[in-house]
Each structure stands twice: as C-alpha cells, then as structure tokens.
Ligand binder design. Structure first.
Ligand code: DOR
Length: 448
C-alpha cells in the first residue's frame, strides 16, 4: 500500500461503468475518497497518476460471498489477509459470510467484524448475519438485532436452511427489514455423504457423489417460498443446469429471486478432481483442492451457468472465497474441507469466458459490480456503490485483460493456498485497486 494521495488520476484507460452504460476511452479522477469524473479527459494536478492506456478501468468489484474466517478461524484467514487478497483481486467490497466461530448470529459478532474491518481491513466489509442460532438450522437468530448491527443479508452458508417452515419464517422476518436471505441449496437427505458431483468421474474414482437434484430440489422449494411470502431469496453458488432453468422460469413469473455463480462453477468440471483443471491425461489425482461445495459439475452444467450469467438469469459472479489451512486439504479426499481460495484468481478465471467469446467484457464487469449491488440493494448502505458516477465512493479497479501469468499460491496474500489452479497459466490481471480513495494494491508496473 502506498499512502493516501488525496487526488488520483487514472489516465487513458477503457472506462467501463456498466451500471450507467458507459464504455469509453478516458480518465477517472478521484478526490478525497470520491469519484469526481469518469470518462472525459481531465486536466490539472493530481497527487498520483496511474497510466491506464490499454487497461480497463471500472468500478471496484463487489463480492456477495467471501469467507474471511475471523473471528475464530484465524489460522485459515483473517480480516486483514482476506481483504488484502480482495484488494489484489480487484474486489473493493466483500460480504463476509457468517460461518465463523462463533457464528455471526448475534449483534456482538457482527459488530466485531465491522470493528476489525475498520481497524485492519484493506477494503470495505459488509457483514452477513446467520439465519439460525449457531447455524444449526433449528431456531431463528435475532434477525432484527443483526440487521440493526449492520448485517446486509442473512445466510447459513456452508449449510442450507433445511427446515422449510423455518426458511419461510426467515424470509418473512428478513423482508420486514428489507434484507435478502442467501441460501446454500443442498437437500441433506440427497447430499449426505457426497464429496463430489454424482456422475461418471465419481464412479471412476470410487467416491460418493451429490446429485444435481440435491441442489435443484432446494432451489425449487426456495422459489416456492419466495412466491408464497413475496420475500427476496438469493440462491448462492448456483451450479447445475436444472437450478439455472428453475431460476430463469421463476424470474419470468416475477418471483423475487436473485442468484450468483462462482468462477469455478463457470470454468471447471468434475473432471478437475481426477485429472486437474486442464483434464490432462495421467494418474488419478484425487485433488482435494478441487473439492468444493457445491461440487464441480458436468460440462453441460458449466455451459448452463455461463448461459445463465449471460442472459441475466444469474445476477452476479461471487467468489465463495473459502480459504483453508494446508492440514485441512492434505488428507484423504473424503476428509478434506471443501472450498477454494478464490479472490486472487477470480478475475482471470472469468475472463477466460470473454477470451473464448462466450460473454462480452461489459457484461462480465456488470456481473462483478452493478449486478451484485442491485441483487442485494447494497446502495442502500453505500450510495453509488458499484458505479463510477460523480460522488460515488472512489472504489476503482484497473486491470489488464490480456496479461498472462502463472498461478503461484505461495504468492497469495490470502492464507488459503487451496486452489486447483496452481501452476495454471491465466490471462488477465489486476494492475491497481483503489478503495475509498486509497491505493490498496498496485502491481509493480504502476511504478508508484
Ligand atoms: O466449499 C465450500 N466452502 N462451500 C461452502 O458453502 C462453505 C465453504 C467454507 O466455508 O469453507
């Protein structure tokens, strides 16, 4: 990090602000933590000039799904390391998931997260409160108290809210506070014991699978409950073609549903567990770094997720950044903790869709900025969030869509080195990140 210049000029980049339909070559001027202008060429003095010719300049990314692990699991990640990883990945706002220890099911834990973020955070942290006490799925947490303390949504992520009656009540209460419930859709009776996607790769590896129906049955239930209550439901980490189709049809009927998809479910299949991300022939790997919940699915599922993201059925790319310690992953596949450390590879991973001609760049940037903000109504807390409009918080990401690099997890800012992409060559890299007017990350080439 390089001090706090009060005026920053980002010069000559492709300024992409999809929330306002802006796509032009020009400048972004920041003063005292706010955007002054985005688009037209600027003249005049600046404390810091970032040359952005050939680079994309856009609103800082907003992640609806980040596991920061603090309090209680600081050996996996802390608010300091997780938010530094976010800054390196171009994310300037992260929504912190509540599966900490203790869970964020009381006012004091939500307040703790906000206080630690203010002290040690490199980017903005918006806390998500638990739906049920201890995330145990039996009794509702004090949702009103959590909302008052600053929770922007509710979720028991890591676990579903399996009891339909409880989920109904959660939706009703959450909507009284104007907040969405984000559900980890996994019907326990179908998923139990499954450690990867139920399909031919699981059979080949001799591992128990989770069928796509485990996700789809709960997505269908949640859509019915959203229809019943009129409350907003958010489907976390959509991973199956059937789930995408259910959400698409529900949206057509006007059901208040939003959805997110992760970089890995957009780009990797269950074959990565056995043969690595490129599906290279060779010995079976049983790669625990490819173990994640929901599991990596089939090629048809990946294609449906991409289509859902393209046509707006899915509102946002969310990382589900899930850092784990080495000891959580260097064990038999069945025993490994599920999750991928994602913040620092997310952009490059989703850019593969753009490079392959499957998605255009403005649409991708929309799903990383204005899309998530709209999904959860986050501009209620931070006016102008996810845009570069005048007066918006100066959260800006500058990236090179074409820079090639090799993933080296030992160089991550995150404590979680658990990625199936180690050694993989990716194309597209963050060059600078400004959060609240502070330069929180700059690659060497920026020369500050
Ligand atoms: O793979 C996952 N890891 N999926 C989840 O839903 C939870 C997460 C975690 O917290 O590690």
């Amino acid at each position: 990090m390089s001090g706090t210049p009060s005026t920053i000029l980002i010069r000559g980049g492709r300024v992409l602000d999809p929330g306002r339909g802006l796509d032009t070559v020009g400048d972004v001027l920041i003063r005292n933590g706010r955007v002054v202008a985005a688009g037209p060429a600027q003249t005049g003095r600046a404390d810091l000039v970032i040359q952005a010719a050939g680079l994309v300049v856009c609103p800082g990314f907003v992640d609806l799904h980040t596991h920061l692990r603090e309090p209680g699991l600081e050996h996996k990640e802390t608010i300091a390391t997780g938010t530094l990883a976010a800054a390196r990945g171009g994310f300037t706002t992260v929504c912190a998931m509540p599966n900490t220890e203790p869970a964020a099911d009381t006012r004091s834990v939500v307040e703790f997260v906000l206080r630690r973020a203010a002290e040690a955070g490199h980017v903005r942290v918006l806390p998500v409160g638990a739906v049920t006490k201890g995330r145990a799925g039996r009794e509702l947490a004090e949702l009103g108290e959590l909302a008052e303390a600053g929770a922007v949504a509710f979720s028991d992520d890591g676990s579903p809210v399996a009891d339909a009656g409880l989920m109904r009540r959660a939706l009703e209460y959450a909507s009284a506070f104007g907040l969405p419930v984000s559900d980890h859709c996994e019907t326990p009776e179908l998923a139990r014991g499954g450690v990867m996607h139920e399909g031919w790769v699981a059979t080949r590896l001799g591992l128990r699978g989770q069928p796509a129906a485990a996700e789809e049955s709960m997505v269908a239930r949640d859509l019915q409950l959203a229809e019943l209550t009129g409350a907003r439901v958010h489907i976390a980490h959509v991973s199956t073609a059937g789930a995408v189709e259910l959400i698409r049809r529900a949206k057509e009927r006007g059901v208040p549903v939003t959805a997110e998809v992760t970089p890995h479910h957009l780009t990797l299949t269950h074959e990565a567990v056995a043969w690595g991300p490129d599906g290279a022939d060779g010995p079976l790997r049983y790669d625990t770094n490819a173990r994640v919940n929901p599991p990596l699915r089939s090629r048809a599922d990946v294609e449906a997720c991409v289509q859902g993201l393209r046509d707006g059925t899915i509102d946002a790319v969310a990382t589900d950044h899930a850092p784990h310690a080495l000891v959580d992953k260097q064990v038999e596949f069945d025993l490994a903790a599920p999750g991928i450390s994602n913040l620092e590879t997310a952009l490059a991973q989703v850019l593969t869709l753009v490079h392959a001609g499957l998605l255009d760049l403005p649409a991708l940037v929309e799903r990383l900025t204005a899309g998530p903000v709209r999904a959860w109504g986050l501009d209620r807390w931070v006016e102008g969030l996810g845009t570069l409009r005048e007066g918006a918080p100066a959260d800006v990401t500058v990236f090179d869509p074409d820079e090639e690099w090799t993933v080296d997890p030992t160089a991550f800012a995150s404590k979680g080195r658990n990625t199936p992409l180690a050694g993989v060559r990716l194309r597209g890299r963050v060059v600078a990140t400004v959060a609240g007017g502070r330069l929180v990350y700059a690659a060497e080439r920026v020369g500050t």
